[in-house]
Design a protein around this ligand. Structure first.
Ligand code: MN
Length: 713
């Protein structure tokens, strides 16, 4: 058991000006009120607050934290009252102790809703005074160390809660040593067999491995010394739970987890760190993908270090971390390292900025009416694959790493997402697929009448954005299918001298609708647009129902067979429809390879334009339909080109030869010789694809005296 004098000595060491009197008084008070109480281990209860205070002193916290650590259980477990604590120790210590007391009553292992509520309160406490959480973590750490005195089911419940909530919080706060210990101890109770197995394997050739660690350590140290780098070199086994995680995640056996030993080199300055890195890389071959520069780009929780994995002296992999002493302290204490007893009571600015998300999350928790949604948000928060960005009003939003302004827009509101046309990050315009970074201030630009794009599905990261975009596309597709289906029906019926729109309203049509299994005429017509029903099928069914069509049966059959024989495509596939009338825009003359869009035109089926065609851009987006080139097409398509050249004998012959050498036909040709002796030629060529076209244009450019060649439209 740690003694109060050890704790006081330690505090004096890192904080010589500390008011140790308050620590000593807290100790005496705690000893008095806990007197006669026992831990399950049989030790006097006081051992627990003492150990907790000891852990807090390892985190180098201020004297108020240490005193509050000594007092953390007195309100809950003894006759002490908050008023008394305030009288004896002041408002701040009472405030912290009350905070810890409230937290210890939270049920974490219960239903989702109550768990969400508990985490919410935890965050509230964190935002109120981060020291409350630090004490809670120290408390949990000591409780985990004495977990063996509990009954089996209680042990498991506490271990699970630790794994789910306390370990991730420690990681988020950057206190890795607590995170690792909590994970290891939880793992031991949650999967005892697996824990034992890995532990046994680590210990199997422990002597040999210790020798190896010593050897590598002194080798690195010697090389550092030789280069004049003042350093401390450490080597250790990785934690059992992290070895286990690696085995599970990468599906490896224990023998396959190479880097179970990690080395650390601690240096004086940042430039020396990079110097040491260079030295390490010159000694052993680095594994390229394994290098991470967290000095240049610190983690969100302020962790800084260089990580590299190299192929060691026996061909084994060695993980090496390189950092300054200060960074090492931050890695040990996380946020606590910035909890300035040096600079007064508050966190330094850098730290409070980094942890502003806690405050913001709490302030905005009212938004999450659904506990499940809140829990989901917080859970993601506690894991590092997250970015935190702000609205221009300063509200925080947490999104998965790699999320884009479109995700952000949908998070604000579905309508904002649907009408989003652009985004500004920190006041600068960015593309919609920009990957947001923590701390970005994101402003969404919307415009009425604008709508989501199918391309967004290629980069959005959140479920919400994805499902809303899909939903919108579905509705649009239905609208389009309805319009396209009506077009197709009108056309077929017109050929047959029937008025589709008049027939739609008849009793007979209603029967046709139910025959095909639809509820409304619109559903039936839309199914024509989707390509599930053909206009001919409808007409046929209608013919069985009406006298007029009966008389025309033979004519009708002819029509049907003609339609069937017609080639189904002309090189373009209209999505969801098979026999669709397709025309190509004369304005832009698309050829296979061009990016194309279809537009439903009244009475003419679908017209294909190049996506960047000026005319296409003018058309109403509701009539737009997705189309693509069919792969089998080998037809040629007309493309208009212009050739500018100086006049010379044989020019035209050379052009014609070049074109025919490339297997392209000249469909039309028009040349004009100007006064300045330049020739302006407009040709229409039969072209198979964009690749074909580019080759023809390139070869034409090579002809003597040709100045420019361009595609028109
Ligand atoms: Mn406790």
């Amino acid at each position: 058991m740690i003694r109060i004098n050890d704790i006081v000595d330690r505090v004096m060491e890192y904080n010589p000006g500390a008011n140790v009197d308050i620590i000593e008084r807290a100790y005496v008070y705690s000893a008095r009120v806990h007197l006669g109480q026992m831990r399950l281990s049989g030790e006097p209860y006081l051992s627990h607050p003492l150990e907790v205070a000891g852990i807090l002193s390892e985190m180098k916290l201020d004297e108020e934290s240490i005193a509050a650590g000594l007092l953390h259980d007195v309100i809950e477990d003894t006759k002490a009252t908050p008023e008394e604590i305030e009288d004896f120790f002041g408002f701040e210590i009472k405030h912290i102790v009350s905070g810890v007391t409230k937290l210890s009553k939270l049920p974490f292992s219960s239903s989702e809703a109550r768990q969400a509520e508990s985490i919410r309160k935890m965050l509230l406490a964190m935002a109120d005074d981060i020291r409350v959480i630090l004490i809670k973590l120290a408390d949990r750490l000591h409780n985990m160390k004495t977990l063996q005195f509990h009954k089996e089911n209680k042990r498991r419940a506490i271990a699970k809660e630790t794994m789910d909530i306390y370990a991730p919080i420690s990681a988020r706060l950057g206190i890795y040593w607590i995170k690792n210990e909590l994970e290891d101890m939880s793992f031991r109770y949650l999967q005892p067999d697996e824990y034992e197995r890995i532990d046994r394997m680590i210990n199997k050739d422990i002597a040999e491995r210790e020798k190896y660690i010593k050897e590598v350590k002194s080798y690195i140290k010697k090389k550092m010394d030789d280069s004049g780098l003042v350093s401390e070199v450490l080597g250790r086994h990785k934690h059992i739970s992290s070895i286990h995680q690696k085995m599970v995640q990468q599906n490896l056996s224990f023998e396959e987890v190479y880097d179970i030993i990690a080395f650390r080199i601690i240096l004086e300055t940042i430039p020396k760190c990079y110097e040491a890195l260079g030295l390490v890389h010159s000694l052993w071959k680095p594994i390229a993908k394994k290098f991470k520069d967290y000095i240049g780009v610190p983690k969100a929780n302020m962790y800084q270090s260089l990580h590299t994995t190299v192929v060691g002296p026996y061909g084994e992999r060695i993980e090496i971390q390189i950092r300054t002493r200060e960074m090492d302290q931050v890695a040990k204490s996380g946020i606590a390292a910035h909890w300035g007893y040096k600079e007064g009571k508050r966190m330094d600015n850098q730290a409070s900025e980094k942890f502003a998300w806690i405050q913001n999350l709490v302030e905005n928790q009212a938004e999450f009416l659904d506990p499940q949604e809140f829990l989901e948000n917080v859970r993601i928060d506690l894991f590092p694959d997250e970015v935190y960005v702000f609205t221009p009003q300063g509200e925080i939003k947490s999104l998965p790493k790699g999320a884009t302004p479109v995700d952000f827009a949908y998070m604000i509101h579905s309508e904002v997402g649907n009408q989003c046309t652009g985004a500004k990050v920190n006041g600068r315009m960015v593309p919609l697929k920009y990957e947001m970074q923590t701390g970005n201030i994101v402003e969404i630009i919307t415009s009425k009448g604008s709508h989501p794009s199918k391309d967004w599905l290629n980069f959005v990261k959140t479920v919400k954005a994805r499902s809303r975009i899909r939903q919108w596309i579905k509705i649009q597709e239905k609208k389009r299918s309805l319009s396209l289906g009506r077009e197709m029906c009108e056309k077929t019926f017109r050929k047959h001298k029937l008025n589709f729109n008049a027939l739609v309203k008849t009793e007979e049509m209603r029967e046709v609708v139910s025959h095909f299994g639809f509820k409304t005429v619109d559903d039936l017509i839309a199914s024509v647009g989707y390509g599930k029903t053909t206009p001919v099928q409808i007409a046929r069914r209608l013919a069985l129902k009406t006298e007029t069509l009966d008389a025309d049966e033979s004519l009708f059959n002819k029509l049907v067979s003609r339609v069937r024989k017609k080639k189904p495509t002309v090189g373009v596939v209209v999505k969801g429809v098979d026999d669709m009338l397709v025309k190509f825009g004369k304005c832009c003359q698309p050829v296979p390879g061009d990016v194309i869009t279809g537009y439903i035109t009244r009475g003419y089926g679908v017209t294909i334009h190049r996506t960047n065609c000026v005319n296409a851009l003018k058309m109403s987006p509701e009539r737009r339909i997705d189309v693509e080139w069919s792969l089998e097409t080998r037809e040629s398509y007309p493309v208009k080109i212009r050739i500018n050249s100086l006049d010379r004998v044989g020019l035209l012959a050379d052009m014609a030869a070049t074109i025919s050498k490339n297997n392209a036909n000249i469909l039309s040709l028009n040349t004009q010789t100007k006064d300045d002796l330049t020739v302006d030629s407009i040709l229409t060529l039969g072209i198979v694809s964009t690749v074909h076209l580019e080759k023809v244009l390139l070869d034409l450019k090579k002809i003597k005296y040709v100045q420019s060649v361009q595609r028109l439209g």
